[in-house]
Design a protein around this ligand. Structure first.
Ligand code: ADP
Length: 253
């Protein structure tokens, strides 16, 4: 595959205390830089604005108020982009921020503008880093999770592959964090069958979507004939290993 969208979940990006996991970011950016030198094109969809905001402004931690949440995202988004920008700069790669909302995918003109920006950035060798624009998205109109945002971006860009990096090796027959005897499902051909056959457990601490939204994301991209891989971002050389088929994950095809 030439055009790859990589989505990074909050848990993958952050340490236990909510600060950004710099080692992870460095590894990710090194692997992405390598792919770029091989002629591949990469778009990143990243979560982590809210946890970065929480780590920065600790005293707001308990506020469940919507405006506080949005404020935390606004604070954290800067931290997040700064971290990506620094990690990619080492490899001589520029990044660009695109903050999107559901409306951007519904309105023709906005979709076209966004698509043009995306293509222009990639053509110029810049890596677009996408996140939901939380400061303008209220609960009712939100995409709500970056798995869906990544899937919509993948189809908009007409990518060849979507990779979701989470903190588990893939989809299991039951939550691997609750059951030691859970079994990894390496290939999913029929999504409806999968949904009927697995047990979906609760979310991890900072997760927003969980397994449901990852399955929904697969549905969206598979409809366009684009495969999706759910893999473990905590593994050292995950992206290169995936591409070389050296690591276990879940492929939706
Ligand atoms: P992310 O932040 O990477 O988007 P989430 O926390 O939203 O990830 O979702 C991943 C979590 O879903 C895993 O950490 C896992 O504990 C949980 N989970 C629940 N049921 C399953 C299942 N059947 N297979 C795999 N993971 C599951």
């Amino acid at each position: 595959s030439k055009k790859i969208v990589i989505k990074i979940g909050s848990n993958t990006l952050s340490n236990e205390d909510g600060t950004i996991n710099k080692e992870f970011l460095e590894r990710l950016c090194r692997q992405v830089a390598l792919l770029e030198t091989e002629g591949k094109q990469i778009v990143i969809v990243t979560s982590g604005a809210r946890i970065s905001g929480i780590a920065k402004i600790k005293k707001w931690y308990r506020k469940e108020d919507m405006n506080y949440k949005q404020a935390l995202c606004a604070i954290g988004q800067v931290e997040l982009m700064t971290s990506y920008s620094c990690a990619f700069e080492v490899h001589g790669i520029q990044v660009a921020q695109m903050l999107l909302t559901r409306d951007d995918f519904c309105d023709k003109t906005r979709t076209l503008n966004m698509r043009n920006t995306l293509f222009t950035l990639v053509d110029e060798g810049v890596i677009p880093i996408i996140n939901e624009n939380d400061t303008v998205s209220v609960e009712e109109i939100k995409i709500g999770d970056n798995d869906t945002l990544a899937a919509l971006t993948t189809s908009l860009w007409n990518a060849d592959l979507l990779i979701l990096l989470s903190d588990i090796d893939g989809i299991y027959n039951k939550n691997p964090k609750e059951y030691q005897d859970s079994i990894l499902i390496e290939k999913v051909i029929n999504i409806e069958e999968l949904i009927k056959s697995i047990e979906i457990g609760k979310l991890s601490s900072f997760g927003t979507g969980g397994i449901e939204t990852k399955i929904e994301a697969a549905k969206i991209v598979n409809k366009y004939g684009i495969p999706m891989i759910l893999a473990n971002g905590k593994r050292e050389e995950i992206i290169s290993d995936l591409i070389e088929g050296k690591v276990k994950a879940t492929l939706f095809k």
